[in-house]
Design a protein around this ligand. Structure first.
Ligand SMILES: NC(=O)c1ccc[n+]([C@@H]2O[C@H](COP(=O)([O-])OP(=O)(O)OC[C@H]3O[C@@H](n4cnc5c(N)ncnc54)[C@H](O)[C@@H]3O)[C@@H](O)[C@H]2O)c1
Length: 405
């Protein structure tokens, strides 16, 4: 382990939505990026004895396991990649850190603040091991460029951050998959979607949220059909070959998570912010948006047009001043673009994961990521903001983020 020179041997837990996204990233990263160390797709762990070997063969994993503890005990593995539901992130990540492995864990860091804190503490204790959290949107070239623009001071003082992550798949016909179970997911749209935009807002501004001033948490659909079979893919997922959740024969169970959470917040640097996450925003498929308004300019991003960053230069000549659409695919000027295709041969969802895999390998080899990488310490701060919003909504009061440590 450590900064050695051989291949980084990866062990992945989870074989569904993120299992596929991460497998694709580990498979592609060494082919598109010149990395200081190679990647070996050593082992994948699923729960199904028949599906898991088939998954391993399809994606090029050398070994297939159904016991994640056996994977963590494998002395050959350097990095454990956690792509499982939120309730097991802590148990799996902490065990991996205690076994001396680097850990790349999916977001949100955990379903609960207590789990997230335990993960942060385990990461602090294990000084040799690096931790990474898959806040993949940081590594869309347009979002990474937004971070660089703000860091360069071109927007000047930041006044407003306006972030919304809107999806529509969580209607009444969507069965009671794990994402609607509080004991597994921790929260609903909040941990799923607000986690991403809180991270993006912190990343792009380089500033910290200090206070949640007020919040609304709403569960519109309190009972959902209990699915038949083990499938748990989200509606619309192209998880081909996997059992899709089908609503069962009339039996319903209680949804114990929010469908939507909205909140207002303040940043340390003085900016005010609004955040909105819902899986019931009819008409919006995967609309992850952020706008930042500063005294000298503004930027705007919408994941549904992920190759573009909108930039407004308020210092330009008044007669021609307006929003500029930047196609963020220029190898010489845009983060990550040099690894991919000629200008304007656009990227997709999966490229953010490949870009992140490249930065993980660079960092394990002792180098620097292309843009700042969230570790468990950093993701814990996002988790504290999530918690502050929930406390604010339930207790109907302003909540300082420093209440949570
Ligand atoms: N970064 C992103 O954009 C993004 C997108 C979707 C999901 N996620 C996150 O990724 C994680 C997984 O979500 P998903 O959509 O892949 O879920 P999923 O339901 O599609 O897959 C979960 C996988 O974990 C396995 N699993 C479940 N419980 C397990 C356990 N106790 N031990 C071992 N394996 C177990 C399942 O068998 C399955 O293979 C979640 O934390 C989710 O929030 C992140």
């Amino acid at each position: 382990m450590g900064e050695g020179s051989g291949a980084v041997r990866v062990g992945l837990i989870g074989t569904k939505f993120m299992g596929r996204a991460h497998s694709n990233a580990w498979l592609k990263v060494g082919r598109f990026f010149d990395l200081p160390r190679a990647v070996e797709m050593h082992a994948v762990c699923g729960r199904d004895k028949i599906e898991t070997p088939a998954f391993a063969q399809k994606w090029g994993w050398r070994h297939a396991l159904t016991d994640w503890r056996a994977m963590i005990a494998d002395g050959e593995i350097d990095l454990i990649d956690v792509g499982t539901p939120n309730d097991v992130h802590a148990e799996q990540s902490i065990a991996a850190l205690e076994a001396g492995k680097h850990v790349a864990c999916e977001k949100p860091l955990a379903g609960t603040l207590a789990d997230a804190r335990a993960m942060r503490d385990a990461a602090r204790k294990s000084r040799k091991c690096r931790t990474f959290v898959w806040f993949n949107y940081r590594r869309c070239p347009a979002v990474a460029l937004a971070q660089r623009i703000v860091a360069s001071g071109r927007l000047g003082r930041i006044y407003h951050v306006r972030a919304a992550y809107l999806q529509e798949w969580g209607g009444p016909d969507t069965p009671l998959v794990w994402r609607f179970k509080g004991d597994v997911a921790g929260s609903g749209a909040h941990g799923d979607l607000n986690a991403h935009i809180i991270d993006m807002a912190r990343f792009i501004t380089g500033d910290e949220i200090t206070e949640v001033v007020g919040a609304i948490e709403e569960t519109f659909i309190t009972h959902r059909m209990i699915p038949e079979g083990a499938g748990a893919a989200i509606k619309g997922s192209a998880d081909r070959g996997a059992a899709k959740p089908q609503a069962g024969k009339g039996r319903k169970g209680r949804s114990t998570v929010d469908d939507a959470v909205l909140f207002l917040a303040r940043f340390k640097g003085g900016a005010v912010a609004s955040f909105e996450a819902t899986r019931l925003a009819t008409g919006n498929k995967n609309r992850n948006t952020i706008e930042i308004n500063g005294e000298r300019g503004a930027i705007r991003f919408d994941f549904e047009r992920m190759n573009e960053l909108m930039y407004y230069d308020a210092t330009g000549e008044a007669a021609t001043r307006g929003w500029t659409t930047i196609m963020c695919t220029d190898a010489a000027n845009h983060p990550y673009a040099a690894a991919w295709w000629p200008d304007a041969h656009v990227l997709g969802y999966e490229h953010g994961f490949v870009n992140m895999a490249a930065d993980i390998i660079r960092m394990i080899a002792g180098g620097q990521p292309e843009v700042p990488m969230p570790d468990f310490e950093d993701a814990f701060r996002t988790q504290c903001v999530l918690e502050a919003a929930i406390v604010s909504a339930r207790q109907r009061r302003p909540v300082e983020v420093r209440e949570f440590k």
